[in-house]
Ligand binder design. Structure first.
Ligand code: NAD
Length: 465
């Protein structure tokens, strides 16, 4: 029986391994983590992450061929294939701080693999890492092993949170990069055989290691760039009277461009886009390509601009001050169908409004108070202007109607389906007047809300008089 071990039971390691276990019943899959609370949650009824369809997949395999454990060394030692799916955040200190990837977790995982291994292994980069990381990993493994052969593969993950299970069941492609040697080819074939249980072979792309590593960074940079492009156009729409939804539709019907990922919004978030672009920027700078670095940096700058623009619009619309005014924040997660708040635009919007002394009442169906308070008290690293903020205390509630009661304004920051179906007449009746709605995701029917009496701001749309 082939044994797989995955180091890192997070948003990627957990769902990815659960799907491998489901699709490959003859393979034993162990997901290990140093976080006891995370592993306990994976072994409980309340999984540590919210992802549609995940509970069902885990229930079908857990205890059969899928195991969650804190006994990292034992499972690594026994495995034939070791996936490494640890976090690779942006460095906050030292060389490259604010841009480079922090590979501390990766390095300690690699050293541990070398220490405990007693047989040959395939080590798979599942985390998103800078191009050429495999070279460093190879050095760490070979210099510390006792004659054991390690083959390093890059197999970046392209799933999107909120649709992770669907994405894993039907991936656009699976990418496997490896060394162009007979051993490298054999290792690639072994991993290909795992995915071939459910992914059509023509959708499994094999490449060299560096192409695979760079492809993941490039894919995220392209996706984020698309959002910044449409958001940049949304600002121009507001200035000219054009409607960004109409512009996106017209642009997206060009088959060379395509319609996906063209929704204007308050900005992108999530743990990956910003960190991976910063990583790309740093790699470009290290390779003597400052113009290319500046090009990608602009994607983040437009995203920051969009978040600031939203805050400024709220304050300007509410007679240039929100001091002492109650503002309801509907949605805190960085997108719908996830409880993940890493780099969510809601953090910057809330901090901006709190900075103008607004009283915030926040509601998100999947994010708890502790997480929101922690996110809002954290400092943000900005490579140009580090911002140091005072801790602030908004109110966090468990109901959209409670959040909006007696509010002067409502900001919709996550596109949760339930926000489309709210009784806006009831909300209007219970709000202070004039009642404002600032739709940061363009999900509500602005015309209908205007008929009720709201003053509505939608991103990239003609403004109310
Ligand atoms: P995460 O923070 O949710 O999970 C990482 C886990 O690794 C944590 O539980 C941590 O405790 C564990 N860990 C760290 N060092 C360890 C060690 N030495 N031994 C055992 N466990 C250890 O991160 P994530 O969102 O799952 O992302 C993981 C990687 O995948 C990152 O590189 C990320 O960029 C990439 N990625 C993320 C997504 C996404 O949507 N979240 C998508 C594609 C790729």
């Amino acid at each position: 029986m082939v044994k797989i071990c995955c180091i890192g039971a997070g948003y990627v390691g957990g769902p990815t391994m659960a799907v491998i276990a489901l699709k490959c019943p003859e393979i034993e899959v162990a997901v290990v983590d140093i976080s006891v609370s995370r592993i306990n949650a994976w072994n409980s009824e309340q999984l540590p992450i919210y992802e549609p369809g995940l509970d069902d997949v885990v229930k079908q395999c857990r205890g059969k061929n899928l195991f969650f454990s804190t006994d990292v060394e034992k499972h690594v030692m026994e495995a034939d294939i070791v996936f490494v799916s640890v976090n690779t955040p942006t460095k906050t200190q030292g060389l490259g701080a604010g841009k480079a990837a922090d590979l501390t977790y990766w390095e300690s995982a690699a050293r541990m693999i070398a220490d405990v291994s007693k047989s040959d292994k395939i080590v798979v980069e599942k985390s998103t890492v800078p191009v050429k990381t495999a070279e460093a990993i190879e050095k760490i493994l070979t210099h510390n092993s006792k004659g054991i052969n390690f083959q390093i593969l890059s197999n970046p993950e392209f799933l999107a949170e909120g649709t992770a299970i669907q994405d894993l069941f039907n991936p656009d492609r699976v990418l496997i990069g490896g060394r162009e040697t007979p051993e490298g080819a054999r290792a690639m074939q072994t991993l290909k055989d795992v995915y071939a249980h459910w992914v059509p072979v023509d959708q499994i792309i094999c490449s060299n290691l560096w192409s695979a590593e760079l492809s993941k960074l490039a894919a995220n940079a392209f996706l984020a760039q698309r959002i910044s492009s449409v958001n940049a156009i949304s600002a121009l729409c507001e200035a000219t009277g054009a409607d960004v939804t109409e512009v996106s539709h017209s642009v997206g019907t060009d088959s060379r461009i395509g319609p996906k990922f063209l929704n204007a919004s308050v900005g992108f978030g999530g743990s990956c886009f910003q960190k991976d672009i910063l990583n790309l920027v740093y790699i470009c700078e290290c390779n003597g390509l400052p113009e290319v670095a500046n090009y990608w940096k602009q994607v983040i700058k437009i995203n920051d601009y969009q978040k600031n623009r939203f805050v400024n619009r709220v304050v300007a619309s509410m007679f240039n001050t929100v001091s002492g005014k109650k503002i309801a924040i509907l949605g805190f997660a960085f997108k719908k169908d996830t409880g993940d708040t890493r780099e969510t635009p809601a953090i910057d919007v809330c901090k901006g409004l709190l900075g103008d002394k607004a009283r915030l009442s926040i509601y998100d169906p999947q994010v708890n108070e502790e997480q929101i308070q922690r996110d809002l008290s954290m400092k943000k690293f900005d490579w140009d202007h580090p911002i140091h903020l005072q801790p602030m205390s908004p109110t966090v509630v468990w109901d959209a109607y409670e959040a909006t009661k007696d509010a002067h304004g409502v900001c919709i920051l996550t596109e949760w389906d339930e926000f489309k179906k709210l009784d806006y007449q009831k909300i209007y009746d219970n709000m202070r007047k004039p009642a404002f709605v600032f739709d940061g995701r363009n999900i509500v029917d602005a015309q209908k809300l205007r008929q009720i009496g709201f003053i509505v701001y939608s991103i990239g749309k003609p403004l109310d008089a």
